[in-house]
Design a protein around this ligand. Sequence first.
Ligand code: COA
Length: 266
Amino acid sequence: MAGATAPYTTLSLEHDGPVAVVTLQRPERMNALSKVLLHEIGAVFTALAADSTVRAVVLTGSGEKAFCAGADLKERQGMSEDDVRGLLGLYRESFGAVDRCPKPVVAAIQGVALGGGFELALACDLRVASEGAVVGLPETSLAIIPGAGGTQRLPRLVGVGRAKEMILLARRYPAREALALGLVTEVAAAGESALAAAKRLVAPLAAGAPIALAAAMEALDGGADLDLAEGLLLESRCYEKTLVSGDRREALAAFSEGRKPVYRGE
Ligand code: COA
């Protein structure tokens, strides 16, 4: 993998062709979300959104044990109530940058994704888990609630009933159960890492039509809170972006010529 590492201290960024791989690099703290890491997540996803060479992103954690164990509970110990309020704003900003990224973002969950760690995975478009992965939102057992989007993104993914079960009971779900509930998209094969499985999943996205993928995400994410009439208008606006694209003409030409399309994002 050809490396292109910006001056990040708590995560790494590598480029594997058109796929960017962002790795949380705090294995000694189970990749827990320190203030610096949150800033860097926001910065790297803002940069990736603007990088036309990047067609898809995999987000993962270093080490075998954790994708991310959530808030850095040690750092939080010394914080005032105002500090924590400020931190919640930082979570919203950073995870918002992940959510708004116009390239498909796949979380590769190796080990645990707990609290803010699972909320980070929820801000991604798709989630792949290793066989031994465990996901959960244990916040209510710590006398708080998920504050980085969990109470909002989770019910949009699996419905309010399932979200209540997960959040009120603070339950942790092993990978296969998470798959059955729709919390993750795919579980890696036995012996396969979450990263390898995520790269497999992301390959067709990286070769896909970027304008169409971005438009589909915009319509899906933006439409979740709209009534049907408004949602259909949003869909029309998003469709229009694909209608005028060279990639749409390339798809039709490739079909009639019996070859694979080559999409340029134009
Ligand atoms: N913040 C800061 N440090 C963390 C952390 C967190 N969220 N989660 C784990 N760590 C640290 C541990 O303190 C430990 O460091 P130490 O050896 O210096 O004490 C190291 O990571 C390894 O953790 P440990 O608990 O020994 O590993 P484990 O395999 O037995 O358990 C977890 C791993 C993730 C299941 C367990 O650490 C845990 O439950 N962490 C809290 C997760 C959580 O509730 N997150 C939601 C916060 S809202």
